[in-house]
Design a protein around this ligand. Structure first.
Ligand SMILES: [Mg+2]
Length: 212
């Protein structure tokens, strides 16, 4: 099984979730694609820390989601790693920069979990969108971490092996491409397509019903 990856640590390593701003977690997760949703994407990938640019109001939108009780799980295909273009430590630095920029713009805009798929398309990984492996892992990791950050209770399952799936009707997957919507459908969560130049701020009202 080609499993999703976390930055710097094993997938099942202890996970300390940042506190939610207002209330106890209601069980909902906003699964967010990265490029074209939170930061500006590029045909040639986002390759360096200096190329990290937030899309307009993406920090406020992430903050709004967390203020509304969502946990945030970023799910991003990062084939440059297994294409041999650059390393996972480079990706980790890019994500550190993204996190810094988000929090500079909105103090509630924590990313609870970032998962990436390092696999190239020809590897056929379940963890690579349009397949739902990252969403499956994200749900299970966040569920377990919310009660036990040591993750000792975690028994990660994928695909048909995972039978006792929680209700995802209050959750959402936001992406700018068809592969994001396919992953959402396969996982069983509502997929919301955003414009890649506008990102998540263009669809936040339709997610939160304009109540924020
Ligand atoms: Mg994208």
């Amino acid at each position: 099984m080609l499993i999703p990856h976390r930055d710097d640590v094993e997938l099942t390593s202890p996970l300390q979730l940042p506190q939610l701003p207002n209330e106890a977690w209601n069980g909902s997760i906003a699964y967010l694609d990265r490029d074209g949703v939170i930061i500006a994407g590029s045909e040639n990938y986002v390759n360096t820390v200096d190329e990290v640019v937030l899309l307009p109001d993406s920090a406020k939108s992430v903050g709004d989601l967390r203020r509304a009780g969502y946990r945030i799980c970023v799910v991003t295909n990062q084939s440059p790693i297994n294409r041999g273009l650059w390393s996972s430590s480079n990706l980790s630095m890019i994500h550190d920069r993204m996190g810094q920029l988000l929090l500079q713009n909105d103090g509630d805009a924590h990313l609870d979990l970032i998962l990436h798929s390092p696999y190239a398309p020809w590897e056929g990984a379940w963890a690579r969108k349009p397949f739902p492996g990252m969403l499956e892992a994200g749900r299970q990791l966040i569920d377990v971490a919310s009660s036990d950050p040591s993750m000792r209770e975690l028994d990660l399952k994928f695909g048909d092996d995972w039978t006792d799936r929680p209700d995802e009707s209050a959750s959402v997957m936001v992406g700018d491409r068809g592969v994001d919507m396919s992953a959402a459908t396969r996982f069983g969560v509502v997929g919301i397509l955003c414009d890649s130049d506008t990102g998540i701020s263009g669809v936040i009202d339709s997610i939160l019903g304009g109540s924020h």
